[in-house]
Design a protein around this ligand. Structure first.
Ligand SMILES: [Zn+2]
Length: 388
């Protein structure tokens, strides 16, 4: 068994895929790489599997849930059989308990060791344009309700971000004054507005009370905001679901940016053929594209970063400088860095999602991660042989 498992890991890794890419097709600067904490490397099979599952789309995650249920049912069956016949079979019970616990811990352990993006050019700052705190209705009242502004900032720091926009649903969360801590990112103001079936990310500060009071449509909302200080980005999956044939109208309304990568499971369904259509549209119209975490506190993995070239990386003007760079619409000053993963439109059948996700982990793994996977394989094989 050890030889088969080792062979599979090595074969997958021989068909190596770069772990990072820019969805626009531009080559990434060579320095960018994922940095792993020592605990991640030591227990790579556990942490990299959590990462792979956290980057799945909703349709594939449902199949992970189905297999977890199968594991629980197997455990119950094994318990019933062992009661009737005597002699417990330990492994199905361990599997039935272990799989759901593994999934729940991976989803809720916010501070678990994660991969951090590092090594880019010194004039590029890593930015997240869309993230939430427990001021949002879909964080408050859930098991992740402790994800407040400070927790959001710590998570962005662990993932390597230098700036993060807080975009709670239909409110402007008050942000603390900058404390000057260089080890934590700058927090920037924004909000996620729900209007006409769409979710629009509004970056910057504005007279929200007046704007929202006057807005009964996207057009009137955008008119009431000063376009030189606010930047509007259409969020996934809503524009793909509800405005796919009206992208020109969206841009005419004042929305100049589009998310083409969003790490939330529902938005992660976005197929590459649609992504490429949006890229073509924004190239023609001097719009811009971004990749966002849409972090709500679930699943600690960071899947995507934006690297923005700012004139000067100073703390006081950073948020405004980032908005200014995107508003000018120069594609060379902003890039998306996303992690390779099992995508919704990959050839793997949906019901094989857990195996496909681990296979992609092996294909994109660095040598230290491969060594950790093979090391654990042989440790478990030798422990099993010893017990016999
Ligand atoms: Zn959101």
């Amino acid at each position: 068994m050890g030889f088969i498992w080792t062979g599979l890991i090595l074969v997958a890794n021989l068909a190596h895929l770069p772990p990072l890419q820019d969805p626009t097709g531009r080559p990434l600067p060579t320095g960018y790489h994922l940095q792993y904490p020592w605990m991640y490397l030591l227990f790579a099979p556990v942490f990299s599997t959590w990462d792979a599952l956290s980057m799945l789309s909703m349709s594939r995650l449902r199949w992970v849930g189905v297999w977890a249920l199968v594991a629980v049912l197997c455990a119950v069956a094994a318990l019933l059989i062992s009661r009737r016949r005597g002699g417990a079979r330990g492994w199905p019970i361990a599997l039935g308990l272990g799989v759901p616990i593994f999934l729940v811990v991976g989803a809720l352990w916010r501070a678990r060791p994660i991969a951090r993006l590092t090594g880019g050019p010194v004039d590029e700052v890593l930015v997240d344009f869309h993230s939430h705190t427990n001021a949002s209705h879909d964080v408050r009242g859930w098991p992740v309700s402790g994800f407040d502004v400070a927790a959001n900032r710590r998570w962005h720091a662990r993932a390597g971000f230098g700036a993060a926009f807080i975009t709670d649903h239909n409110i402007s969360t008050s942000l603390p004054a900058d404390d000057g801590r260089a080890d934590l990112p700058i927090l920037c103001p924004g909000r996620e507005a729900s209007i006409e079936g769409l979710h629009v990310i509004l970056l910057g500060e504005a007279d929200w009370v007046g704007a929202v009071a006057r807005a009964d449509s996207l057009v009137s909302l955008m008119r009431s905001l000063r376009p030189d200080s606010i930047l509007a980005i259409a969020s996934l999956p809503e524009y793909s679901l509800h405005a796919w044939d009206r992208l020109g109208w969206l841009m005419a309304s004042g929305v100049t940016g589009f998310e083409v990568v969003n790490a939330s499971p529902k938005a992660n369904e976005f197929p590459r053929v649609r992504r490429d259509s949006v890229l073509a549209l924004t190239r023609r119209t001097r719009g811009f594209v971004v990749g966002v975490s849409d972090m709500h506190g679930w699943g600690a993995t960071s899947m995507v970063w934006n690297a923005v070239t700012v004139p000067q990386i100073g703390r006081t003007r950073l948020c405004r400088d980032i908005i200014g760079v995107l508003a000018r619409g120069a594609p060379s000053t902003s890039r998306i860095v996303e992690r390779a993963r099992l995508r919704s439109d990959d050839w793997w059948p949906e019901w094989l999602a857990p195996i496909g996700a681990v296979w992609m982990t092996w294909r994109t793994a660095s040598i230290p991660l491969v060594v950790s996977w093979i090391g654990w394989t042989w440790l478990l094989v030798s422990l099993r042989a010893h017990r016999r």
